[in-house]
Design a protein around this ligand. Structure first.
Ligand code: ADP
Ligand code: MG
Length: 606
């Protein structure tokens, strides 16, 4: 329930609508109450037992005053025009009441819609904002599908369960209370009897609710796993087909899918139990009321006339639907709480890479980037050990070493994708933890092995480098990146949509777009992480030219896959198992016959 109340906080901006909803609900209930109580005079007229009232007490807000005045009105119609006319009058009154009742019902729902969708929309936006702000390390722990599930199916669950229950939550209690008061007015004795039976029903209902919540949490987790598999399958489709693994992959999916089906079947069965059970329970109560009340009427000296008793039963039967929907609302909330908890888990994740309280601005890079005794580990695995390194402005520094030696990690530390725990990374003598993250990242341009592009036009993909750039800026960036010519050959030039992650382009073309994006950003520091390693020789040449243009006059950290591409770097740093084992120029390192020489020879022979 805690999670449900937290979701309710999102209703706050919509309190005005909530007020209107409650307002119209109250009128809805009052109109339906009045139209139902009409059954009493209606029966009275039919059976000829209608009470005649000639001198009613003054009209006021007490039940007796309203009743007496109404009966006086009917009496005068009977006396003046006859019973048939009075019957018409009562019927028309019922019709009018029902019309207003339904009008109010619609208006109540009308004002509920913006709350329902508004809350879900606000939650969704909060979630997205949170996900964008969380550090990269969060996403290696959580599977993508699980996060997708939380953002989609869990939100839908909240919309359908929690939000649809809101209506019942606002309406049913008022409904039940008003009807109960009417019942007490008609017959306090009988009503006392009813109220005693309530707690027993409540207990049974709560029991089912708890078990529903557990199943629902299971179901949503399973859905997350399913979405993870779908996500992996989609991105690995090429490999699945190439290895002829469709059948195996499908079997794995079908197994999870069946597990989800079983959980959901169990869940639905439990949920479906709620309605028949509460109906049967309320029927027990109803039958006992019929028996007890019937005895009162038959007894002769009861204060209850037969038509009043029938009216009582009709009103009582009208309490059953709201009680039923109130219990289903309770079930829905229990079920939705599981989803709410999953959403809160993300919203509550602490972001440990954030601006320090009085973080400093930085707009230029003047001197050097410095690693001072940096040791870094992912969870328990030490990846970098006591790194001391200084990169002067304007220098091109190459990082080489076997795969897994920690090169990418070292580069990630500079842009604070991960935070250093031991030692420090400094820019111009300032620990980067004391700088504003946005400012720090503005200083850097990053080109990775896989070009990260978005399903949008070529133009907008480049524009991501600098939102304020003009068309001319974008085109000249593309020219420097050797991309302008191929872009013009695309079907719609710069406005061509490149498809999901740029699938419509070749690897080299994608890479040149990411380079154009970095050129447009025009950062003083460049980080190239194996930017050409996935390309064939011909496109590598084009991309390498583009990169050389990009590196001109900048400080660059180049992580290289092929040593041939970094021979001209000012300094080459050799990493081995997380440690810097050598550094120097190509000639120096070859001459010293160490790790670099070995790597170089390996490459020569391959
Ligand atoms: P390189 O770029 O030199 O190939 P990386 O810096 O990517 O090496 O990785 C260094 C080591 O850290 C590897 O052993 C790798 O398995 C591990 N590693 C990389 N990223 C993560 C991560 N997010 N969580 C845990 N271990 C990681
Ligand atoms: Mg790497």
């Amino acid at each position: 329930m805690k999670d449900f109340f937290r979701i309710l906080k999102y209703v706050k901006p919509y309190l005005g609508y909530a007020g209107l909803n409650i307002f119209f609900n109250i009128f809805n209930i009052l109109f339906s109450l009045v139209s139902i109580t009409m059954i009493i005079p209606f029966l009275g007229l039919l059976f000829g037992t209608q009470q005649k009232v000639y001198n009613p007490i003054d009209l006021g807000f007490s039940a007796t005053a309203i009743k007496e005045n109404f009966y006086a009105l009917i009496t005068s119609i009977i006396d003046d025009k006859g019973k048939a006319e009075a019957l018409v009058f009562v019927c028309i009154l019922i019709l009018v009441m029902f019309f207003f009742r339904n009008l109010c019902r619609y208006l109540a729902l009308y004002f509920l819609s913006p709350i329902r969708n508004g809350v879900v929309c606000d939650l969704r936006n909060d979630l997205n904002k949170k996900i964008l702000s969380l550090p990269i390390s969060f996403f290696t722990e959580k599977r993508k599908g699980d996060i997708t599930a939380r953002m989609t199916t869990d939100l839908v669950e909240i919309e359908w369960s929690v939000m649809s229950s809101l209506e019942m939550f606002f309406k049913d209690p008022i409904n039940i209370i008003i009807f109960l008061i009417t019942l007490i007015i008609i017959s306090p004795q009988l009503t006392l009897f009813v109220v005693i039976l309530f707690p027993i029903t409540g207990f049974l209902i709560a029991l089912i609710g708890k078990s529903l919540k557990k199943s629902s949490a299971k179901g949503q987790n399973k859905m997350g796993q399913l979405l993870s598999i779908i996500d992996e399958n989609l991105s690995g489709l090429r490999i699945i087909k190439a290895f002829d693994a469709e059948k195996r992959i499908h079997e794995k999916f079908a197994k999870e899918s069946a597990a989800y089906k079983n959980i959901m079947t169990r869940l639905l069965r439990k949920k479906d139990l709620s309605s028949p059970m509460s109906e049967f329970l309320s029927t027990i109560v109803l039958v006992m009321v019929m028996w007890f009340g019937g005895k009162l009427v038959l007894g002769g000296n009861s204060p209850l006339s037969p038509e009043e008793f029938i009216g009582y039963i009709v009103i009582f039967s009208q309490i059953i639907p709201p009680v039923k929907s109130f219990t289903s609302a309770y079930y829905f909330i229990q079920k939705g709480s599981a989803s709410a908890a999953r959403i809160h888990e993300i919203l509550d994740t602490e972001n440990d890479i954030q601006d320090a309280p009085n973080a400093k601005s930085i707009s230029t890079f003047v001197e050097e980037i410095k690693f001072k005794g940096v040791t870094f580990s992912y969870e328990n695995k030490e990846v970098l050990k006591d790194i001391n390194l200084s990169i002067k402005k304007g220098e091109t520094v190459a990082l080489v070493g076997q795969s897994g030696s920690g090169k990418s990690t070292l580069a990630d530390l500079i842009s604070r994708f991960y935070d250093v725990k031991i030692g420090a990374v400094q820019i111009d003598g300032e620990n980067i933890k004391n700088l504003k993250i946005a400012d720090l990242r503005k200083l850097m341009g990053i080109v990775n092995q896989e070009s990260i592009l978005f399903n949008d036009s070529i133009y907008n993909n480049i524009l991501l480098g600098k939102a304020t750039a003009t068309k001319q800026d974008v085109e000249s960036a593309a020219m420097v990146a050797n991309a302008h010519d191929f872009i013009l050959q695309c079907e719609n030039g710069y406005q061509t949509n490149i498809g999901d992650s740029g699938v419509k382009l070749s690897g080299g073309q994608r890479q040149r777009l990411s380079i154009a994006r970095a050129i447009l950003k025009n950062p003083p520091i460049l980080i190239l992480d194996e930017a050409t390693s996935s390309l064939d020789a011909r496109s590598e040449k084009l991309v390498q030219d583009a990169l050389n243009n990009l590196m001109k006059l900048r400080t660059s950290i180049v992580i290289a896959h092929r040593l041939s591409t970094v021979q001209h770097a000012d300094r080459i740093i050799v990493l081995h198992e997380g440690e810097i084992v050598e550094s120097g120029t190509h000639q120096q390192l070859i001459a010293s016959c160490g790790h670099y020489k070995k790597l170089y020879d390996l490459e020569d022979f391959s």
